[in-house]
Design a protein. Structure first.
Length: 208
């Protein structure tokens, strides 16, 4: 497997394990090895143990599927309300698809999810078909990745504020910055998480 910084690899391990746990499918160490492409099962085990030491996971001895999320990290059902463009602006619309299990410190009322279209944010690791978990908030800091309305058109971009000028910047050289008029821009929220499903079937949870 290609070399990546240990911290980034460990984050990928955590996200994989977390997503499997939230879907009700606890993985084995060998599942982690295969999913992350480690040559040796010991590499997967070392990352998992480091996550336990950090407090991100809990180990329950006596079973092959022994890793769990810490107590209190109960997932909540967040609505997947439609799509958002990561490219040229497009008219905002909602196509509710269901609910997504999300583990977050924020109240579920503050969260929603959107499926990404377009490739203007690939430099930030947000690819077409990814799902972004968004926290509703009307303000954000320069450098945050946000979902914004410009007029009646929605997009996901990096917010940039300098000398009173607001830009929505892509993370792809083919897309120029969007410079909205002050009265055109409405921030819907800040991207808190990005999810990618290789089989394109997210783990839905009931709406109740």
């Amino acid at each position: 497997m290609a070399h990546t910084p240990p911290g980034r690899t460990r984050q990928r391990v955590y996200r994989y394990v977390r997503d499997r746990l939230l879907a009700g499918q606890p993985p084995t160490v060998r599942d982690v090895q295969r999913a992350l492409g480690f040559r040796a099962v010991e590499s997967a085990h070392a990352h998992l143990e480091a996550l336990v030491a950090k407090g991100s996971l809990v180990k329950v001895p006596g079973t092959a599927r022994c890793y769990r999320l810490p107590e209190g990290d109960t997932p909540v059902a967040v609505p997947l309300v439609g799509r958002v463009q990561a490219g040229a602006l497009t008219t905002a619309f909602e196509e509710p698809e269901g609910y997504l299990a999300v583990q977050s410190r924020f109240p579920k009322e503050e969260l929603f999810a959107l499926r990404v279209r377009g490739d203007s944010m690939t430099g930030a690791g947000i690819l077409p078909g990814d799902v972004v978990i968004v926290r509703r908030q009307p303000v954000a800091e320069s450098g945050d990745i946000v979902v914004a309305l410009v007029g009646d058109e929605a997009t996901v971009k990096r917010l940039w504020i300098a000398d009173g000028r607001v830009e929505l910047r892509a993370e792809h050289p083919d897309f120029p910055p969007i410079v909205p008029e002050p009265n055109e821009l409405v921030l819907l929220g800040k991207v808190a998480e990005v999810r990618r499903y290789l089989d394109d079937v997210p783990p839905w949870v009931p709406s109740t």
